[in-house]
Design a protein around this ligand. Structure first.
Ligand SMILES: [Zn+2]
Length: 319
C-alpha cells in the first residue's frame, strides 16, 4: 500500500487561525496532522486559506492572508521532513525522497486579496499556487454556488483571471457557481481543477459538478478531487466509503480515470464518512478501491493524477 497519497484540500489553516493553540505535529488536535499523514500514507497536502466573514471583524483583508501564510510557514513547513512545494523542482525532489511530506498553499476565495493585483502577485510570490475564486457567496470577482443571483465575473474578476494566467496561478472551480464556471472557460485556456467537489449525477447538490462540467474539466486536462463531505456524497444519516466510490465511478464513466484525485476537506467538516474520519484512515479508502479497481487505477487516483498535474502546471524555478 505504498501509494503516497496527495490530497488537494484541507482546512487546517482555518482552524489554526481561529484556535491559536493548535499544533500540527500532535496526534489528534486536527483531522490532518503530521502523525496522521504518516499513518495514512499521505505524502502531500494542499492547505487552503479560508477567511470566514462571521469570525473576523469586517470583510476579509490581506493582512489576514499574510497571517495564514505565516502560520503555514512557521507551524507546518518548519517541521522536520516537511517541504514547501512551489516549483516543479520541488515536486521532483519530493518524488525522490519517500519520507518527504509536501505542503502546498491554496486560497479558498479571493476575498482577502481585496481586488488588488499587488496583493495577488504578493500571494503568488509567497507561494500560493492555487486559487479558488469564491467560497459559497459573492465577492469582488464572481458569485459562489449559494449566491441566489448566480452571477458571472465582474470586470475586476476578469482582470484577476488575466493576472492568474500571466503568473501561472491555477484556478480551482469548487464553490464557483455554474454560470461563472462556463464564463471562466471562455476567459482562460489553461487547465482548471475542482479541489473538492463530487458528481451531481450521483447526488444533485449545488457544490457538486454536473456531467457536462466534469467533461469540460477533463477536456482541459484538469483535475477533480472527490471530497469526503457527507452532504455532497449521499442524503443519509450514515455515509460509507462505498457511497463515495459511486462518485469516483461516475467520473471514470465520463472518461476521468486520469483526472480524478482526492480533496478530503478534512478539518472543514463536522460530519465524517464512516471509517474515513481523518487523514490516518486513508488506508481504509485504498483498501476498498483495491477491491473494485486495478492497482494501476488506485495509484492514479491516490497519487499519479495529482502528481502529473503538478509537474505539468507548477512553474519551473528559473522561469
Ligand atoms: Zn470548501
Amino acid at each position: 500500500m505504498n501509494n503516497r497519497i496527495i490530497d488537494f484540500h484541507c482546512d487546517v489553516l482555518y482552524k489554526m487561525l481561529y484556535e491559536g493553540s493548535i499544533h500540527f505535529d500532535r496526534e489528534d488536535e486536527l483531522d490532518v496532522t503530521l502523525p496522521r499523514m504518516i499513518q495514512g500514507g499521505v505524502g502531500m497536502q494542499v492547505f487552503a486559506l479560508f477567511l470566514e466573514d462571521s469570525l473576523i471583524s469586517g470583510p476579509p483583508r490581506f493582512s489576514q492572508v499574510l497571517r495564514c501564510i505565516d502560520l503555514l510557514r512557521e507551524r507546518i513547513n518548519a517541521l522536520p521532513g516537511v517541504e514547501y512545494i512551489r516549483y516543479r523542482e520541488d515536486v521532483e525532489r519530493w518524488e525522490q525522497n519517500a519520507d518527504c511530506i509536501g505542503a502546498l498553499l491554496s486560497l479558498e476565495g479571493v476575498d482577502g486579496l481585496e481586488g488588488d493585483m499587488v496583493y495577488v502577485r504578493t500571494a503568488y510570490e509567497l507561494g500560493a499556487r492555487f486559487v479558488g475564486l469564491t467560497w459559497n457567496h459573492a465577492n469582488w470577482a464572481v458569485d459562489g454556488t449559494m449566491e441566489p443571483r448566480q452571477g458571472g465575473f465582474t470586470s475586476k474578476g476578469r482582470q484577476f483571471i488575466r493576472e492568474c494566467d500571466r503568473l501561472g496561478l491555477l484556478i480551482d472551480v469548487s464553490h464557483l457557481n455554474e454560470n461563472g464556471f462556463w464564463e471562466l472557460l471562455d476567459l482562460t485556456e489553461r487547465p482548471i481543477f475542482a479541489s473538492h467537489s463530487n458528481s451531481a449525477h450521483v447526488l444533485a447538490h449545488p457544490r457538486n459538478l454536473k456531467d457536462k462540467q466534469i467533461q469540460a474539466i477533463i477536456e482541459r486536462n484538469g483535475r477533480i478531487g472527490v471530497t469526503f463531505v457527507p452532504h455532497f456524497i449521499k442524503a443519509a444519516e450514515t455515509v460509507t466509503i462505498d457511497d463515495l466510490i459511486r462518485h469516483i465511478d461516475r467520473i471514470c464513466e465520463l472518461g476521468g480515470e486520469h483526472h480524478v484525485m482526492f480533496g478530503s476537506d478534512f478539518d472543514g467538516i463536522d460530519r465524517k464518512i464512516d471509517k474515513l474520519e481523518h487523514a490516518g484512515q486513508y488506508v481504509h479508502l485504498l483498501e476498498q478501491l483495491d477491491k473494485r479497481y486495478s492497482s494501476t487505477f488506485v495509484k492514479q487516483i491516490a497519487h499519479t493524477n495529482a502528481l502529473q498535474f503538478l509537474k505539468t502546471n507548477l512553474p519551473a524555478k528559473d522561469e
